[in-house]
Design a protein around this ligand. Structure first.
Ligand code: HEC
Ligand code: HEC
Length: 175
């Protein structure tokens, strides 16, 4: 196969670029590649930050602001003794079920949790697809973030950072 002069020059330039690239990357130390600053080949010297979840009892905690519109809220209180959720025992519902919530001053599960999405019908009780609360709701650990998060949520309603309304606008933009 014959190469034109132009192709050869382009190839040579490319090779030079790749070579420079390699030379540059070899000056980056492995320790600076990740968030952890310890030896990448052993776990012995590496320990993660200890998780420290809220120990404030349900009923006395202060709820977190929602991360973005209709984000599942973080669990603001201690969940000691409430997990795991099993087929016969869901203590979360013991307070967050709409029938109970007002009497214990807990936020009731929203309308979306009392709705059968597949058949598009309202349900009298919490949908089984929402039974496993901790699949979506998690407690928050008090740790220093390794990377600063500059994300700014935009809430379209004044109380969107405290309340959800997913079922009302779930089909927004869908024809
Ligand atoms: C003893 C009653 C009780 C139990 C049990 C309970 N909660 Fe709560 N929960 C509350 C109350 C009350 C609040 C409101 C904050 C407060 O007063 O502590 C709350 C707040 C929350 C919030 C924050 C709501 C918001 O608007 O930001 C979430 C999420 C939550 N709970 C999820 C759960 C899950 C999941 C479980 C089961 C693991 C659970 N809760 C078990 C009473 C309870
Ligand atoms: C499949 C994910 C998922 C599961 C499972 C789930 N949730 Fe939610 N939850 C959400 C999302 C997303 C929102 C916010 C948007 C909405 O649905 O309105 C929410 C909102 C909430 C809120 C705030 C209500 C409000 O008016 O602001 C509470 C309280 C709550 N959930 C409790 C629970 C409890 C208790 C369970 C278990 C019985 C549960 N959730 C199971 C995803 C989930």
């Amino acid at each position: 196969m014959m190469f034109s002069k132009k192709t050869l020059i382009a190839a040579a330039t490319l090779t030079a670029l790749i070579a420079t690239g390699c030379a540059m990357s070899s000056s980056i130390s492995e320790e600076s590649l990740g968030l952890r600053k310890t030896d990448l080949y052993t776990e012995n010297t590496t320990t993660g930050d200890k998780t420290s979840y809220s120990t404030v009892a349900a009923g006395e905690s202060k709820v977190y602001e929602r991360a973005f519109e209709n984000a599942p809220p973080m669990i603001s209180h201690d969940v000691e003794g409430m997990l795991p959720i099993t087929m016969n025992n869901n203590s979360c519902l013991g307070c967050h079920d709409p029938m109970v919530a007002p009497s214990v001053n807990a936020t009731s599960v929203p309308k979306s949790h009392l709705f059968d999405m597949r058949n598009e019908t309202a349900l009298a009780t919490v949908s089984y697809s929402r039974y496993n609360c901790t699949q979506c709701h998690a407690p928050q650990s008090d740790n220093e973030p390794l990377v600063e998060n500059t994300f700014q949520a935009e809430f379209r309603t004044a109380n969107g950072n405290k309340q959800s309304n997913l079922l009302d606008n779930l089909n927004e933009g869908v024809q």
